[in-house]
Design a binder for this molecule. Sequence first.
Ligand code: SF4
Length: 259
Amino acid sequence: MMEMIEKDRQGMVLRIERSSIHDGDGFRTVVFLKGCPLRCQWCSTPESQSFKIEETAENTYGTVMTVDDVMREVRKDSMFFFISGGGMTLSGGEILAQPEFSLALLKNARRECIDTAVETAFYGPWKNIAAMLPYINTVYADVKLFDRERHKQFCGVYNDTILENLLATNQAEGDFRLVVRVPVIPGINDSGEELERIGEFGRRLKKMDHMQLLPYHRLGTATYKKLGRPYLLEEVKSPSAEHMARCRELVGKYVDHVI
Ligand code: SF4
């Protein structure tokens, strides 16, 4: 019997970007969901955090769409997905904050033989992740900080759930690919001790394909002003290529494949 897929289910979408080459393999159509329970101080998409539609003088952030609406957009690039090895990437905000909507999108894409990736902070109930994994080709999950108290300080929540979800994913059946991403934020998570703890944790994830260290950047800071919110990391500069190489070296003491 054909599995029921909820095409009319509604979700809050921030925007849909086509032809991205930064959010997975090949050309991707990235569906950014709106709403996130974290408050990372370096977040480059502050407009993705609130679960409500937000308006500024120039922009409206957020729109309610059905699964069918989203898939109609995604389908437009099916040919490019096929040629480039790309597909649909669900991103945020946090995809686990809208679990039924995310699951329905993933099921629809896979039914149409579209490759699927998710970019997630991995902050949500394990049962929701477990339900999604069979429909995901690549999971990009963040480890932002290993230190629990500093995670709370800089991201607004403790990291226990995130780390537990990563360990549970490591045990899960399935042929999905797991990539762990670490945003490198100077002065916040780039000390030798912190990076070594992240590396040690990564070593426990046998299922992990590789770890990606991503340099902090200041894109999106203008949006804080538009939304009337303070940007708390004004003084932080992007790390140099040499510094990133040193960070990769530290993590690479524990993890075989770090990029
Ligand atoms: S998890 Fe992502 S979207 Fe949410 S606040 Fe952090 S950086 Fe922003």
